[in-house]
Write a protein that binds this ligand. Sequence first.
Ligand SMILES: [Zn+2]
Length: 74
Amino acid sequence: MNIDELVEVNECPLCGGGGILEEDCGSSYYVTCLDCGCHSVNIGFKSDDERLEAARRTAELWNCGKVISMSPGE
Ligand SMILES: [Zn+2]
């Protein structure tokens, strides 16, 4: 199963840079921006069924503009 092909990830809602879906320690997913470093919330999964669901949910939040900015001092 290729998660990247099943989940649609838009450009960064803050800067328009490329957003990529990242797997964290094999137990959760989040989307991060390659340009400004902002990211969506980390959504965990415990099974392969939950894996796709977690990836879809974090991508959905990202696509809606619900991101956490990493910019220091802002
Ligand atoms: Zn960005």
